[in-house]
Design a protein around this ligand. Structure first.
Ligand SMILES: *[C@@H]1O[C@H](CO)[C@@H](O)[C@H](O)[C@H]1NC(C)=O
Ligand SMILES: *[C@@H]1O[C@H](CO)[C@@H](O)[C@H](O)[C@H]1NC(C)=O
Length: 167
């Protein structure tokens, strides 16, 4: 004869086990979803490009950022954090990465978008390295699931170049 306490405990253990299994399955089935996001960025305008009094180059861009990240959303996706970074090489650093824009995508309905924006964060380099500089624009994302591990990936868009002269 089992006491009531024993049964209640067994039931609780069973419930917790079931919950753990469901969570594991949730993140597993989530891992089986292979997202195929797309992104495009057009530099619509160089608003200004100057050497600042402190000697650092700075540029202001108008961008059209468009992306379709809908395939990342499963029932286990809480939200997706995205940021657009300019990436380029200088003699001092193999990789310079400057965040230009970021956003949080709360749901699948919002995951297909385009946004016409100037850079939200400053595009500045410590030195005069930006004249005529070739750079990549990389859209990075971090998928925050309801349960399971966060994961991150990116798409690299190549072949951008800054003007040879300040303006
Ligand atoms: C931005 O890009 C999207 C997709 O390429 C396009 O539909 C939209 O018209 C563009 N907007 C501007 C302001 O260029
Ligand atoms: C841009 O990305 C390509 C492909 O990942 C890479 O080979 C290239 O070195 C990058 N260019 C710059 C300027 O970082």
């Amino acid at each position: 004869m089992h006491s009531f306490g024993y049964r209640a405990n067994a039931l609780l253990t069973f419930a917790v086990t079931i919950l753990a299994v469901i969570c594991a399955l949730a993140s597993l089935s989530d891992n089986l979803n292979v997202p195929s996001p797309t992104a495009q960025v057009q530099v619509l305008n160089i608003n200004w490009f100057q050497k600042q009094p402190n000697g650092n180059d700075e540029v202001s861009l108008t961008l059209n950022i468009s992306a379709n990240l809908q395939s990342m959303f499963t029932w286990n996706t809480k939200q997706v954090f995205v940021f657009l970074a300019a990436e380029y090489e200088t003699p001092q650093n193999f990789l310079n990465q400057i965040s230009l824009w970021d956003g949080i995508i709360p749901s699948k309905e919002h995951a297909k978008f385009w946004i016409h924006t100037t850079n939200k964060y400053r595009f500045t380099d410590q030195g005069s390295n930006l004249l005529g500089k070739e750079f990549n624009l990389t859209l990075h994302w971090h998928v925050m699931p309801k349960t399971g591990k966060m994961f991150a990936d990116k798409v690299v868009m190549t072949g951008y170049r800054l003007p040879e002269e300040y303006r």
